[in-house]
Design a protein around this ligand. Structure first.
Ligand code: X2X
Length: 346
């Protein structure tokens, strides 16, 4: 027969054991999670890039059964529109998650300039060979040492040059033109080598600059050209030269990542991979052999599209070769060689 006293003691013991165990489980308690996490992108959901961010947030909510709620802040608004400060803000805790362009993060992560070396990647297969191969892995390892957890590769795209003046087929055609560029000083060097007059500004400032003819031209992927309707702000001549491409990277700030249970980490990773692969498909929609509907639509808006043949491309490659070599040193020559090998074997 148990006395009341014995029952009381057992109960007390059980309670003490439970209390001792509780801290071990606390990382999994919802109370440690923020009510809302902040996801930064540059472009909003009218572009593939913003669609990618929006979809990632949706999938996170779904796959974590609502344990993690993410709100997207497009326009790099968490850093006052200054997209080149996004990576620093991720490290400092102002941003929790981001879908960011390698260009915008390259001022802080010099190796990311790899994708902006002029004429390194001849086509989408070359881009895929890098992001889905050993080079992409190396870059993810590098980022993992910089307070972020990289999860998936997305895509802004091959950056094609446009202007308000005339068709561009030779380097001479861009001489003296005021071209808006973004991010890394590598872009200033490339445009300067071509004899253009580059002006660095954020995407937010670029559109009024085109509208008021403060600049003559710009370079951005076709999906961006089309969704931003750059033909309505004087961009009437578009040249397909494919000189560089910027992938996007889906990341979570490391401190945020570590506050999540491993189950939720897995869910967020799976969500990133799914959203990224959908985003890449959107970025390529209508611009590839077999379906050029986006290009047709752009031409239908009164834009003169010029496609460079190999010989014409070669002239641009030659004119920018010294810039490639200078910046290959900044990126790191072993990484550049590894990239060139992967592209040759694609
Ligand atoms: O600013 C640009 O040109 C954009 C939107 O493409 C990037 O953020 C790299």
């Amino acid at each position: 027969m148990m006395t009341v006293e014995k029952i009381f003691h057992r109960l007390l013991k059980t309670l003490l054991v439970l209390a001792a165990l509780a801290p071990a489980f606390s990382p999994a308690l919802a109370g440690d999670y923020k009510e809302e996490y902040r996801l930064s992108t540059v472009l909003p959901d009218s572009f593939p890039w913003g669609q990618g961010g929006k979809r990632w947030a949706e999938l996170i909510r779904e796959k974590t059964q609502g344990r993690i709620t993410v709100k997207m802040y497009p326009g790099a608004s968490l850093v006052g529109g200054d997209q080149t400060k996004e990576f620093t803000a991720l490290r400092q805790g102002t941003i929790d998650l981001a879908v960011g362009s390698t260009i915008n993060w390259s001022p802080q992560v010099k190796e990311l300039n790899l994708f902006a070396l002029p004429f390194l990647m001849p086509d989408h297969r070359a881009l895929d060979a890098l992001t889905h191969g050993a080079v992409g892995q190396d870059l993810f390892t590098l980022l993992a040492g910089k307070d972020v957890v990289p999860l998936a590769w997305g895509e802004n795209g091959f950056r094609e040059i446009s202007n308000s003046k005339h068709p561009v087929t030779t380097p001479d055609d861009v001489k003296g033109m005021k071209i808006r560029v973004v991010g890394s000083p590598l872009f200033i060097d490339t445009m300067t080598a071509l004899g253009a007059n580059p002006v660095q500004m954020s995407w937010a400032d670029a559109q009024p600059a085109m509208a008021t003819s403060a600049v003559d031209g710009q370079e951005n992927p076709l999906s961006v050209f089309s969704a931003a309707k750059l033909y309505t702000i004087n961009q009437k001549y578009l040249t397909l030269w494919g000189y560089v491409a910027d992938p996007l990277i889906f990341v979570v700030a490391k401190s945020v990542w570590e506050s999540w249970s491993s189950e939720d980490q897995q869910a967020v990773r799976a969500a990133a991979l799914e959203a990224a692969s959908e985003e890449v498909a959107l970025a390529r929609n209508g611009i590839m052999a077999g379906n050029e509907s986006l290009l047709t639509a752009i031409a239908g808006n009164g834009v003169t599209i010029t496609r460079l043949n190999d010989e014409q491309k070669e002239a641009f490659r030659k004119a920018t070769r010294a810039v490639f070599e200078k910046w290959a040193k900044t990126v790191g020559e072993p990484l550049v060689s590894k990239a060139e090998d992967a592209i040759a074997k694609r």
